[in-house]
Each structure stands twice: as structure tokens, then as C-alpha cells.
Design a protein around this ligand. Sequence first.
Ligand SMILES: *[C@@H]1O[C@H](CO)[C@@H](O)[C@H](O)[C@H]1NC(C)=O
Ligand SMILES: *[C@@H]1O[C@H](CO)[C@@H](O)[C@H](O)[C@H]1NC(C)=O
Length: 296
Amino acid sequence: MALIWKRKSLIATALIVVVSLLVVMVNYSGKPYLLLEPVFGQTPDKAFKPHQGYVSLVKEEPLKLHCDLCSIVSSSGQMLGQAIGAEIDSYPCVMRMNNAPTLGFEEDVGRRTTLRVVSHTSVPQLVQKSEHFFGENNDTIYVVWGPLRNMRKDGKGVVYNMLLKVLEKYPSARIYIHTDERMNYCDMVFKKETGKDRLKSGTYLSTGWFTLILAMDMCKEIKIYGMINDTYCKSKDYRKVPYHYYETGRRDECTEYHLHENAPRGAHRFVTEKSVFAKWAKVHPIKFLNPSWQLS
Ligand SMILES: *[C@@H]1O[C@H](CO)[C@@H](O)[C@H](O)[C@H]1NC(C)=O
Ligand SMILES: *[C@@H]1O[C@H](CO)[C@@H](O)[C@H](O)[C@H]1NC(C)=O
């Protein structure tokens, strides 16, 4: 009897050792690029720590949002006519960017919004529709990014001041901002991934860049809808769509991408960013759909 018990506990111990080794191996092999150090893909208890890179307005409480599965809805005209709103809404967390509307586009883009990553330049558009964004949608978390000159807290940060006013009027609004350290971190990731200094190369990071970095820390698995890949605009018969699904009549997406990629200064590098995203998607559970990316 005692012998059987000993054997059983021996087998159990062996199993525990083997499983632990496997976990360690998987953890190591999953991280060749090390840049997105923080919590993504690590042990659950670590992943459920509040994130110090995003803090609430005034109270400066770190953001606590974690999701097993997130959908990210691109603002691209690619969303038009896709009829994937219901699929998008089926994810525990739905992320959108800037002021991209759901009203009137529900069938294609869905209606739920867990979190919006918002550029400092889009804050005025949100403020124009304060009642919609901060009153009716008071569940939504807004995470604003912007340069220090607009986000400073000493009374001279124009965008920061706008956000303070919103909070006065809508005290339950869930507004967070990227900390200075987080902004620098996002620049540093750009430099590490592209070899180019963001400022010296005249580059503005896009809201998509900040959204993916945030999502990789918050979500175990990510599905991204409506984002084109880095070669899309060179492919034959690509779909010519508006740059934003909610702004028809402006330049089409590929023309806009081309202008930005080739402008010497003060421009987004959408194509470069997409090639970096493809790299990340090889080591993190990220899938690109509508149009889908083939990642080996
Ligand atoms: C939050 O939004 C809901 C539904 O839109 C509304 O009924 C409620 O009054 C709002 N709460 C606050 C505190 O504004
Ligand atoms: C990029 O998009 C084009 C057009 O949809 C497609 O033909 C190509 O296979 C895609 N490349 C990758 C790597 O996903």
C-alpha cells in the first residue's frame, strides 16, 4: 500500500517537473523580440496587474483592463460593406480608435466599445459630441495619447485642459492618458523596430501604433479587423476605399498611405508600421482579418 502511494507521488512529482519545464520553454520561445517586455503572454497573475503606463485623469489611477480576447476595429474604409458588426461585438473587449463612429455603421463595425485609443488631435471631435461619448457611453474607457506640449498638467496643455473640462461636466467619464514614460516607450519601440529615430525621421506615430502596443499588454489574443498589410497597395486590383469609413469623399486609403510614407517630415509611416505589426503577429497571438494577412 505504502509502496503504491510512493509510486503515485513519484509520478505526480515527475509530471509537475515536466509541465513546469514545458511552461518555461514555451515562455522563452515565445519571446524572441523582447521589446514588448511587459505583461503580454506572461503568467496570469502578472498580467492582471494594473498598468502603470496609463493613468486616469486627475486621480492618476493606473488602468486595470484585461481581456482574454479583444477585437480591434480599424477606422479604414475597408470596414465598409463587410457586415461583420455582430462578429466584432461578440468579443469580450472591443477597441476602436479616435472618434470612429458606430452609429449608422453598426452592421459593418458593431455597436459595442470597451475602449477607445484617442489621439490628442481627435479630442476636439470627441468634445463636440460630449454627450454621446462621455454621457451615453459612460462605460467606454478613453485612453488619450499626445505630446507633452498638449498634455502637460501645468495649465498650458491645451488638450489636457479640454479633458479636465469634460471630467467636470461628466464626473463618471473614464478618461485615461498615456504617461510621459509610456509615450517615450512607444517612441523607443519605433526606434528599436525600424532603426530610425522618430523625431529625426520626421515621423508621427499613428493611433494604430499606440493601440497595438496597449492591446498587446491588455489582451491575451487579438483580432484586428479592416487593417491592410504593408504590400496591400502594391497588389493588383486592391480595393480602393476611403481613408476612413466615416469620411467618404476624402483621399482614398492607398493615396493617403503613399503621401504619408513619402513625405520628408511631419507624416505618419503607415506602411512601415504595418511591416512592424506583421513581425509582432509572428510572436504574439494577433490575427488580421478583412482583409486577412498571410503570416507564416
Ligand atoms: C450612464 O449611461 C447610462 C446609459 O446611457 C445612463 O442611463 C446613465 O444615467 C449614465 N450615468 C451617468 C452617471 O452619467
Ligand atoms: C497583403 O495583402 C495582399 C492583398 O490583400 C495579399 O495579396 C498578400 O498576400 C498580403 N500579404 C501578406 C503577407 O499577408
